[in-house]
Ligand binder design. Structure first.
Ligand SMILES: [Zn+2]
Length: 241
């Protein structure tokens, strides 16, 4: 699971609360970098699945952060996962409900202390799955950052005749269209595995090019995931005939 801290003079934005069990690690990581956990002013998520949002209620309680979630994921977050189209009746995927302070819509901006994050609706994996983009500057250069929400089709996902999510297949296709037109220099995502976090972290060296600047890796990842999706969709359509 990947969490991100956007540090600003007006307080910080945390993306992804992860599992309840991850709270001590998130807190220690923030403090280890020299920041204050209590300065967390805004809490965002990649999408309403327990591995990205189960800790949100606790983080809200401890920091008073304002919780901002894409509109279509709000019922899921506020029901502690019960409103999820796939996992709503799976006890092991439920978590403490958290109240959303601001419902986001596709293209909305989240602003704090000069930082601007744009919420892109990239639905399919969840109904309100969100890909975040922002611009960051370093050494006189400006980079486009993209944090991919999730392009994955989980085991058991029904892409055809899904009564709980009838437009799931067209949402996935729209998501790939959205990801393909986003400008990306720094490729990130809800899980480190999407963008090779461990491998890139190991390659970081003073003075060398930053391995996290990886526009080609982003394009390849999106193309690969779209291919996987289209293969699965064709398979399910054939089986449904
Ligand atoms: Zn997920």
């Amino acid at each position: 699971m990947a969490s991100y801290l956007v540090v600003t003079p007006a307080g910080n934005i945390l993306i992804n609360s992860d599992l309840e069990a991850n709270l001590p690690l998130i807190r220690a990581s923030i403090e280890g970098l020299g920041f204050k956990f209590a300065d967390t002013k805004i809490l965002l998520i990649s999408h309403a699945h327990f591995d990205h949002d189960a800790g949100s209620a606790k983080i809200k309680e401890l920091t008073g952060a304002s919780y901002m979630v894409m509109d279509a994921d709000v019922p899921v977050v506020e029901s502690g996962g019960k409103a999820d189209f796939q996992y709503g009746n799976r006890a092991e995927f439920l978590y403490p409900p958290a109240k959303v302070d601001r419902a986001l819509h596709d293209g909305d901006e989240v602003k704090l202390g000069g930082a601007v994050l744009v919420a892109h609706l990239t639905a399919g994996h969840t109904k309100g799955c969100t890909t975040w983009s922002m611009k960051v500057s370093e050494g006189g250069k400006t980079y486009n950052v993209v944090i991919v929400g999730s392009p994955n089709v989980n085991p058991g996902y029904k892409l055809v005749h899904n009564d709980a999510y009838p437009q799931i297949a067209s949402d996935y296709l729209r998501m790939f269209d959205t990801l393909k037109v986003l400008r990306c220099d720094i490729f990130l995502g809800a899980h480190g595995g999407y963008f090779g976090l461990e491998e890139k972290y190991a390659r970081r060296k003073d003075g060398a090019a930053n391995p996290f600047v990886d526009p080609d890796g982003y394009r390849k990842f999106v193309a690969e995931k779209e291919k996987e999706f289209r293969t699965e969709l064709a398979k399910q359509r054939l089986a449904a005939k």
